[in-house]
Design a protein around this ligand. Structure first.
Ligand code: UDX
Length: 467
C-alpha cells in the first residue's frame, strides 16, 4: 500500500515499547511502531476487543491496519495482552493511548489516563518513561508525573512526556508514516532521545516543553474547527445571496495564505476529536480566566448547521410530523464507521423526535439506535420517502442512479448536506435539490441588495457618511 512505501526507507533504533489502549490511536501506533522495527506489546483491557486482536482481527475500520497486523501480530514485534505485569517486563517506554472523553461541562475526563499510568508504573521494576499520546489539557503531564510517582516502587523513577497524536480516522496509517510534524514535549533532557528515537530522524520534529506540546494539539484542532465553521458561515451567506459557496470557497482557498483544506461546508464537523478538543480548548481557556471568543463562535456555527438542515426540510415539506425521511450517511465522515458526534446520527435523532419515520443507510457504520431503521441498500432505503438527506460524502453517494432514486421515492426533495450531487446531473430528474451554499430551490430567493439607488448620482453624496 502507498502509505507504507516510505516506511522501508527510514530506520530507527529498535526499542521495546508498551502501548496502553488499542483504540484508533493506540492500535495504529502499535502496528506502525512494529512496522518501523520496534518491539511492541499492546495492553487492552476490553475483553471482546482483546479477544478479536488475539485472533488477528482488527476491531476498527481503518485502511492499512489489517496488512500490518497480518505482518507483525504474533511475532516478537507485536503482541497483545490484558496483563500489565507481562507487558511491563523489561520495558521502559510506555505510550499511553487511552480515551479522554468529554465530560458534560466540556472538560476532559482524565480518569482512564490516571488508571493506566498507575497500572503500568506499579508493574515497573525499572525507570519508566510515560509518553502521553492521548489529548490532554496543558499541565496534565506534570500532574500525571506526580500521580504516577506515588505508585512507583522504591528507586523507580518516572518521567512523563507529551507526544500528541494528529492522525485522522480513515487515514491513520498514512498519517502515521507521513506526518506533517512530530511534536515532543519533555522537560528531562536525558530522556528526550528515548521519545524522539521512536521515529525516523527525517520526520519534522517540534521539540518543546510539555505544556506547549499539549497545547499544540488543542490549538490545531480548534483552528481546523474554526476553519470549517467559517466555511459554513460563508455557505449560509451564499444561500441568502444566491452565490455558489463551492466557487466562493475555492476562490478563497486558492490564496496560498489561506489554503483550500478544511474549507468544505457541510452538516457541521463531528467525530471524536474536533468537537471534543474545541470544547477542551474553551474549558482550558476559561480555567485561566479567558473566554476564547473565536472558539466559542465556531461551536455556535457548528450547532446551527443542523438547525439549518431541519429548517430547509420544514420549508420543503411543511410539518415534518408523520413524514418519511431517508438519511444516507451516518458515519461522521467518509472512510470510517465511527458515529461519535455524527451529524447524520444527530439529524436522525432530531427528526425522530419530531415524529418523522426515519430510515438510514451507511456503507460501514451500523449504530445501535431506536431512532431509525437501518437499511443495507440505499435504493431500498428511499422507498416511499418524502425526502432524502445525504449526510456523509461517501464516494458511492456521488455515483447514485438519480432516476432510480426518484422512482423509489414518493417525494422529490433531496437535501444534499455534503454537496455530492451534481446539480447539472439531476437537471433532468424531477428533484428539488437543496445543497449547502448552492443549488437552492426558489423557496430561498436571493435578496436584492445593495439597493440600486446607491449607484445613482441622485443619491446624496454624503449618504454613506450620514448613514
Ligand atoms: C481530526 C484531525 O484532523 C486530526 O488531526 C486529529 O488528530 C483528530 O481529529 P478526524 O476527527 O479523524 O481528525 O477527522 P477530520 O478529517 O479532521 O474531519 C473532522 C470533521 O470535520 C468531520 O466531521 C468532517 O466531515 C468535517 N469536515 C472536514 C468538514 O465539515 N469540512 C472540511 O472541509 C473538512
Amino acid at each position: 500500500m502507498d502509505s507504507l512505501k516510505k516506511t522501508s526507507v527510514p530506520s530507527v533504533r529498535a526499542t521495546k515499547v508498551c502501548v496502553v489502549g488499542a483504540g484508533y490511536v493506540g492500535l495504529t501506533a502499535a502496528v506502525c511502531l512494529a512496522e518501523l522495527g520496534h518491539s511492541v506489546v499492546c495492553v487492552e483491557s476490553n475483553p471482546q476487543r482483546l479477544a478479536a486482536l488475539l485472533r488477528g482481527e482488527v476491531p476498527i475500520h481503518e485502511p492499512g491496519i489489517d496488512e500490518l497486523m497480518n505482518r507483525h501480530a504474533g511475532t516478537e514485534r507485536l503482541s497483545f495482552t490484558d496483563d500489565v505485569e507481562v507487558a511491563m517486563d523489561d520495558v521502559q517506554v510506555v505510550l499511553l493511548c487511552v480515551g479522554t472523553p468529554p465530560r458534560p461541562d466540556g472538560e476532559p475526563d482524565l480518569r482512564q489516563l490516571g488508571r493506566a499510568a498507575a497500572g503500568v508504573v506499579s508493574a515497573a521494576r525499572g525507570d519508566v518513561l510515560l509518553i502521553v499520546k492521548s489529548t490532554v489539557p496543558p499541565g496534565s503531564c506534570e500532574a500525571l508525573e506526580l500521580l504516577a510517582a506515588g505508585h512507583a516502587r522504591e528507586g523507580v523513577n518516572v518521567v512523563v512526556a507529551s507526544n500528541p497524536e494528529f492522525l485522522r480516522e480513515g487515514q491513520a496509517v498514512w498519517d502515521f508514516f507521513n506526518p506533517d510534524r512530530v511534536v515532543v514535549g519533555i522537560d528531562d533532557p536525558q530522556m528526550q532521545d528515548l521519545v524522539t528515537g521512536l521515529y525516523p530522524a527525517q520526520w519534522p520534529l517540534v521539540l518543546c516543553d510539555r505544556r506547549s506540546a499539549e497545547l499544540v494539539k488543542y490549538a490545531a484542532n480548534t483552528f481546523l474547527a474554526v476553519k470549517i465553521s467559517f466555511a459554513n458561515e460563508v455557505a449560509q451567506l451564499c444561500e441568502a445571496l444566491g452565490a455558489d459557496s463551492q466557487k466562493v470557497l475555492a476562490g478563497v482557498g486558492l490564496d496560498a495564505r489561506i489554503g483550500g483544506a478544511f474549507l468544505s461546508p457541510g452538516p457541521g464537523f463531528g467525530g471524536s476529536c474536533l468537537p471534543k478538543d474545541l470544547g477542551g480548548f474553551i474549558a482550558v481557556a476559561q480555567s485561566v480566566g479567558q473566554s476564547a471568543p473565536l472558539a466559542r463562535a465556531a461551536q455556535v456555527v457548528n450547532s446551527e448547521a443542523l438547525d439549518s438542515i431541519l429548517r430547509k426540510l420544514e420549508v420543503a415539506l411543511g410539518s415534518l410530523q408523520g413524514k418519511r425521511i431517508t438519511i444516507l450517511g451516518l458515519a461522521f465522515k467518509p472512510g470510517t464507521g465511527d458515529v461519535r458526534f455524527s451529524p447524520g446520527l444527530g439529524l436522525g435523532e432530531a427528526l425522530a423526535q419530531r415524529g418523522v419515520l426515519v430510515r438510514a443507510h451507511d456503507p460501514v457504520a451500523a449504530p445501535v439506535t431506536t431512532s431509525m431503521e437501518l437499511v443495507s441498500d440505499p435504493y431500498q432505503a428511499v422507498v416511499g420517502a418524502d425526502a432524502l438527506v445525504i449526510m456523509t460524502a461517501w464516494p458511492q453517494y456521488r455515483e447514485l442512479d438519480h432516476e432510480r432514486l426518484r422512482e423509489e421515492m414518493k417525494g422529490h426533495v433531496v437535501l444534499d448536506a455534503v454537496n455530492v450531487v451534481g446539480i447539472d446531473e439531476v437537471a433532468h430528474v424531477d428533484f428539488d435539490v437543496y445543497g449547502v451554499g448552492r443549488g437552492l430551490s426558489t423557496d430561498f430567493a436571493p435578496v436584492l441588495w445593495p439597493p440600486l439607488e446607491w449607484m445613482l448620482d441622485s443619491e446624496p453624496h454624503n449618504a454613506a457618511v450620514s448613514r
